[in-house]
Design a protein around this ligand. Sequence first.
Ligand SMILES: [Zn+2]
Length: 167
Amino acid sequence: MQELRITAAALSAPDPLPRLCARHGEAAETWRAVTFGSRLPWWGRLVVVLGFMTVTTALRRHRLHVPAWPFCRRCVRRRRVTAGLAVALGLGWLIASTAVAVGYGVGTVVGVLGLCSGIMLTRSVTVIMLFPADWSAIVGGVVTADGEELSVPRAADAFANALPGSR
Ligand SMILES: [Zn+2]
């Protein structure tokens, strides 16, 4: 495990990556288009908590698009489990808040408020939970502050060693 830095220029080369998973070093079994971003400003995290994930992509100062990033079986499973958990949790939350609202009576103020806040919270919970399911989060890659490099903080040794011109 080591921090790996890959320059944006190197990433734009045709077929720039080894056919290995960057996180686990295992043979890749699928390739996905991934957009990596620089770190969110602190207020950007607030926007995420409020449930507006779509905006957060625009909030990242630098973005790097890689058309085909290699992922191994473990990554695919991790994404499936995390995304499934997010949807299940969101649905559970929605059902629970609906039940509470119905319990109080949908016509009452408490019932209406409960239902509205339930729907909003469901959105937030799902969005927050979906964050780690993003392909870029599975890689753990972040664009550096100058936008010149992609940093993979916990890269597998096998991947790093197989990468031409890495440092
Ligand atoms: Zn993997």
